[in-house]
Design a protein around this ligand. Structure first.
Ligand SMILES: [Zn+2]
Length: 424
């Protein structure tokens, strides 16, 4: 682990120092034991979810006219970079007179996943994905109800991220020109024409959807990395996370950093930050950041928040998972073995959101994920019985002695993670 400045872009490439051997040694040490009351906090995700904001409501009342009216102005100065199986293209588009911008994604034969990250000074959200044959692959209104497919359709900030396909039932990624239609709206929910968007399109070649590796950077906020108890607990928790992922054919390739980040981390449920944007811009086009701090905004009962469902691989104000170590320590500042196990499940859970997974059911039991192999349960008792051991259950299920081991991932959930563009 080495010191990294949040401002220093140049240094970041040379401070990479994986501690693989240490992790291997720690892997076998996570044990289980009973503890008293475990803080029953929440795990949140950084999106507005089904709580329709005023903007969302306005948007519902102002459906976009059809894309024929849209400007379709892929930037003439596109920048292409290739990193192994992942191709990244940076360009710019502008919204048309109807407030819709059309992003073109050229998919070549053999490419299995695509991701579009778009940002603007106004608010943006994905409205539709159109396949090369002209058919509509995804339309926002179809996923605005009880079942959630992607947070890209929610108007929640100045950028939006969509990964396609999400599920096996969404079909493959046919070669040809795909279109991603992005609505640009102002603070009152009205469409904005002739607005510039920065766009990053990414396509990934990977014929094997049963095994994959994600590049993860774990970054300690200022002071956290010098707390040896927290570092030891985090390394053991990561071993728990790696075990959960291994059962799903997923490998986390982790590098560790210390930093001078403010330990009060950005509350990603309220939006991102320039610091996160700068950090993510300094990384590669395939890495994913996990920030470990002392709190998340003003929360003291939130274990962690993901920057989206899915989260972006490239520069963005919310290109991170933020984790509060004290909450994961159970609130008493000391990690028991049970705390460490839960901490590992929190890490795997939040990064699960980042790769595109919703909770199989939301607390309240009225909203579900779009997968057909996770229960559509409708009560606390039924949902805890059917899904309480699922990694993506919305909260830890605990009694006085311990919490249920939450490490199950359905085949459908595993498929979503393997289709994420950053799973190489
Ligand atoms: Zn969650």
């Amino acid at each position: 682990m080495v010191k990294m400045s949040a401002e220093s872009r140049e240094e970041r490439a040379v401070v990479l120092q994986p501690l693989t051997n240490l992790l291997q040694q720690l892997k076998a040490t996570a044990a289980r034991c009973g503890v008293g009351a475990v803080s029953r906090g929440q795990r949140l995700v950084g999106y507005a979810g089904q709580n329709l904001s005023e903007n969302n409501m306005l948007r519902l009342l102002l459906p976009g006219t059809i894309a024929l009216l849209s400007a379709c102005t892929e930037g003439k100065d596109s920048q292409v970079s290739v990193d192994g199986d992942l191709k990244t293209v940076r360009s710019a588009v502008e919204s048309g007179s109807d407030g819709l911008a059309v992003v073109l994604v050229e998919v070549e034969s053999g490419e299995e996943a695509m991701m579009v990250t778009a940002s603007s000074s106004e608010q943006v959200a994905v409205e539709e994905i159109v396949a090369p044959d002209g058919s509509s692959a995804m339309y926002w209104e179809d996923w605005y109800g009880a079942y959630s497919l992607t947070s890209a359709i929610y108007v929640e900030g100045n950028d939006t991220v969509v990964n396609w396909p999400v599920r096996s039932t969404d079909g493959g990624l046919d070669a040809g020109t795909w279109e991603v239609h992005i609505g640009v709206v102002d603070g009152s929910g009205y469409y904005v024409s002739n607005e510039a968007l920065d766009v990053v399109t990414q396509t990934r070649t990977d014929s094997d959807l049963s095994s994959g590796t994600l590049s993860i950077e774990i970054i300690y906020a200022e002071g956290v990395g010098s707390n040896s108890d927290v570092v030891a607990a985090t390394e053991q928790a990561v071993a728990r996370w790696e075990d959960i992922w291994a059962a799903a054919g997923l490998t986390a390739s982790i590098s560790w950093y210390d930093s001078d980040l403010d330990p009060t981390l950005t509350d990603l449920s309220e939006g991102g930050s320039a610091v996160i944007s700068d950090l993510s811009a300094a990384g590669t086009d395939s890495d994913l950041m996990v920030l470990i701090g002392e709190s998340i905004g003003s929360y003291n009962d939130v274990y962690g928040i993901s920057g989206g469902i899915p989260g972006p691989l490239t520069e963005s104000e919310r290109a991170a998972v933020v984790i509060s170590w004290p909450t994961n320590a159970g609130g008493d500042g000391a990690f028991s073995d049970e705390d460490i196990r839960l901490y590992g499940e929190t890490l795997a859970h939040e990064v699960g959101h980042y790769t595109g997974l919703f909770h199989p059911v939301e607390d309240g039991w009225e909203y579900w994920d779009a997968l057909d192999d996770t229960s559509d349960c409708a009560s606390t008792a039924d949902c805890e019985a059917a899904l309480g051991d699922n990694l993506m259950f919305p909260y830890p299920v605990c009694d006085w002695d311990e919490c249920v081991h939450q490490d199950d991932l359905s085949g459908g959930q595993q498929g979503v993670m393997h289709r994420y563009a950053g799973t190489l």
